[in-house]
Each structure stands twice: as C-alpha cells, then as structure tokens.
Design a protein around this ligand. Structure first.
Ligand code: NAD
Ligand code: ZN
Ligand code: ZN
Length: 388
C-alpha cells in the first residue's frame, strides 16, 4: 500500500518549500521505504533549490540527502536490511557488483554513483512520490514529484534503492549519524581517503562550512601540524578551533591574494589544500597555495558555474596535483559502518557540527540559516514518533 505523509516540496527555484501531504508508493524490487527521523541540510540542497544550474532543475522535487531513519518496508530481493533497522541514506550508492564496486580504487559505483541530473528511480524510470487527492483503491493518481540525489530526505517517508542505504548500529547517537550521510563523511574522507593526510604535514582548508570543518577535523585526527582555515565569514574561526584549525585567513582582510599569504605563513606553501566553497576562483587560490613539487589540492565543492578549471596546463609542470573527491572517497556500504564506529569512539568529533535544531515545519528557516552562514548543520526532526 502507498502511505500518505508530510513532505517539504520544492516547487520552483528559490520558492519557499511547501509542507504538504504527499503519497509515497511502496518500494519496488531492490528498493527500501524508510521513515526519516532526522535530516540536516547541506549546501548541495541549497544549490539544487536555487536552480542556478539550469540542466539540473527539476520541480516539483523533494530535496535533502543527509539523514537518519528506520526501515519501514523492503521491496522484493532486498536482503541486507529489514523492517526496523536503523539506516542512513547514501547519495553515492554501492551496488557491490559492478566493475567499480568490485575494485578498491574508486567509490563511483557504475549504477548508483551520485548524479545531480537523476530524478527518477532506476528500476522503472518512475517516481515513488506524488501529490495526492485520490485515495481510492490503494493507488495515487496525481502529479509525480521528482527524487533528488538518490535520496530525498525532506519527507516523513522516502523510497531509496537498497544500494543507497547503510545499516547503522541501533545504539549509535541517531542525530549525529545524520551527519555521516554527507557532510562529515565527505570532509573527513577527503582528508583520509583522497589526500591521505600524513602526520606533521600542513593543510589549508578553503570554506569552513560543515564540509570544510570536517576536512579540518579529519586532518587534525591524522596529526596535521598546521591547519589553515580560509573563510570570508569571520565567525567560522571560533568553531574551526574546535576542529583543529590553527590559523585563520579572511580574504576580506587581505590586500594580496590568499595564496600569497599562505605561502608566507608556511614558507613555500602547504602540503595539501582543500576547496570546499564551490567557487572556481577560490579553487585557483587553493591550487596556488600548495608547495611547488608535491602540493596536492582536493576539490570538494560543487560548482554551479559552466566555467572550466582555472588552470593553464603548463602550471601542472610545477609538480602540484589536483583531484576531486565525492563522498570523501568512502564506499558507503562497505566502509561507513567502520567509520561510524570510529566516530562513536571519539576519533572524529561530531557534536560541534550540529549548531541548530528545528521542527520539520521550520525547514525554510533552516535553509535561511545556512544561506546566511549562521549554521553548520541545522537538524530537522522529520517524523513525530521517535523510538529514541
Ligand atoms: P556551507 O555553505 O556550510 O559552507 C561554505 C563556506 O564557504 C561558508 O563558510 C562560506 O562563508 C565559505 N565561502 C563561500 N564563498 C567563499 C569565498 N569566495 N571565499 C572564502 N570563503 C567562502 O557549505 P557546506 O555544506 O560545507 O558545503 C561546502 C561545499 O561542498 C558546497 O559546494 C557543497 O555543495 C559541496 N559538497 C560536496 C560534496 C562532495 O561529495 N564532493 C558533498 C557535500 C557537499
Ligand atoms: Zn551534501
Ligand atoms: Zn556498483
């Protein structure tokens, strides 16, 4: 049977989300229907909502990809989760069988890797969400609502491919587990899995939102000697100190390019830099702030602009490298459970990332907090009836 529940629906670019009743169909083959308990908001949700990249626009749509929930029902063939299991959605899935999933080198599953254009379910090219007025006969006949980023979590119930779901320890702190669904895994993983930050090395992190601060936290946990935080919002430094940020550079305070300041601070440049703002000009600064010969830049931000890399090919002869990182390089199903255990042991701190909590119906206020740079992660309580 379908279920009728409340969701926050995006009807158009920058239009306030509408809290409304929707119809959620049952999970099809290899799909899972999940009751979302908590969801937080990531900058990637803001990007899709503002619709700057026209090709990615799809409305009406249910956004959201950072959450924790409980399995309500499973479709045919699903073996690894069952009703009542606590889970987190993974916007970058893992089928476990394709040419990529069977190799160690990459987490970009051929079937379920993140795709901002994707708006329909893989199994039948349909949606599991619809607006509803018709309740007869167990089916909904009304307007389809699009999915987002393999997940769609701003809803009491969502349907995901089972490849995009990770079972977690029921005793884990649920609110904090939501962070592993995107921001913290993305940032820490960029430091651990992509850059492979080593003890005693120097880093610069551009953009101190949750993702950038998670990079800092990951670098701190790996023993980086210096973590330079760069942000145009001065209030981010206080929080950054908790995650190991040792120096703060505000581009607004400088009369020279940021990379020159970082070169001065470090006597030649950092070993690793991370771009976590989604701005290509900042990406160039991040690239030039690393040391000639071995500097490594990891690109984490999502770039809405059609502009290409701001580098001349000859600049790569300086021995610097640049690489991208999706979901911190983690394979969700096979690697996140262990990462969650490490977080629970305190290797990575999670508490400081949740700066605000609001009820689901205040989701537009939560969007505004992130837009204004006043929150890291604002946690929304999505479902009313929680077991814990
Ligand atoms: P956020 O909005 O919380 O943080 C962004 C930070 O960058 C803010 O503190 C802001 O003040 C700062 N900033 C913006 N422009 C700047 C500039 N020109 N100079 C200096 N500082 C600037 O965002 P977030 O949720 O931390 O996400 C960060 C980025 O990572 C976004 O682009 C998001 O889409 C992307 N992201 C990527 C992945 C991935 O898998 N690669 C996953 C999640 C998020
Ligand atoms: Zn995200
Ligand atoms: Zn795969």
């Amino acid at each position: 049977m379908y279920v009728m529940h409340v969701a926050a629906v995006a009807w158009g670019p920058k239009e306030p989300l509408v809290i409304q009743e929707i119809c959620v169909d049952p999970p099809q083959k290899m799909e899972v229907r999940v009751k979302i308990l908590y969801s937080s908001i990531c900058h990637t949700d803001l990007g899709a909502w503002t619709g700057v990249n026209e090709a990615e626009r799809a409305f009406p749509r249910i956004l959201g990809h950072e959450a924790v929930g409980v399995v309500e029902s499973v479709g045919e063939g699903v073996k690894d989760v069952k009703e009542g299991d606590y889970v987190i959605p993974a916007f970058n899935g893992e089928c476990g069988e394709c040419r990529v999933c069977t190799k160690e080198e990459s987490n970009l599953c051929e079937r379920y890797k993140v795709d901002p254009m994707k708006r329909l379910m893989v199994s039948d090219g349909g949606t599991r969400f619809s607006t509803t007025t018709t309740k007869d006969g167990g089916s909904c006949q009304s307007q389809p609502i699009y999915h987002f980023l393999n997940t769609s979590t701003f809803t009491e119930y969502t349907v995901l491919d089972s490849a995009c779901i990770v079972k977690i320890d029921p005793n884990a702190p649920l609110k904090q587990m939501s962070l592993l669904s995107c921001g913290v895994s993305t940032g820490v993983g960029a430091a651990w899995n992509t850059a492979k930050v080593k003890e005693g090395k120097t880093t610069a992190v551009f953009g101190l939102g949750s993702v950038g601060l998670a990079v800092a936290e990951g670098a701190r946990a790996r023993g980086a000697s210096r973590i330079i935080g760069v942000d145009a919002n001065a209030s981010k430094f206080e929080k950054g100190k908790l995650m190991g940020v040792t120096d703060f550079v505000n581009p607004k305070d400088l009369t020279k390019p940021v990379h020159e300041r970082i070169q001065e601070l470090t006597g030649g440049g950092v070993d690793y830099s991370f771009e976590c703002t989604g701005n290509v000009d900042v990406l160039r600064e991040a690239f030039l702030s690393t040391h000639v010969g071995w500097g490594s830049t990891v690109l984490v931000g999502i770039y809405q602009t059609p502009r290409t890399l701001p580098l001349h090919p000859m600049e790569l002869f300086d021995g610097r490298t640049i690489t991208g990182s999706i979901f911190g390089g983690f394979k969700p199903k096979s690697q996140l459970p262990d990462f969650a255990k490490q977080c629970m042991k305190g290797v990575v701190k999670l508490e400081p990332f949740i700066t605000n909590e609001l009820p689901f119906e205040k989701i537009n206020d939560a969007f505004q907090l992130l837009r204004d740079g006043k929150s890291l992660r604002c946690l929304l309580q999505i479902s009313k009836f929680l077991k814990k």
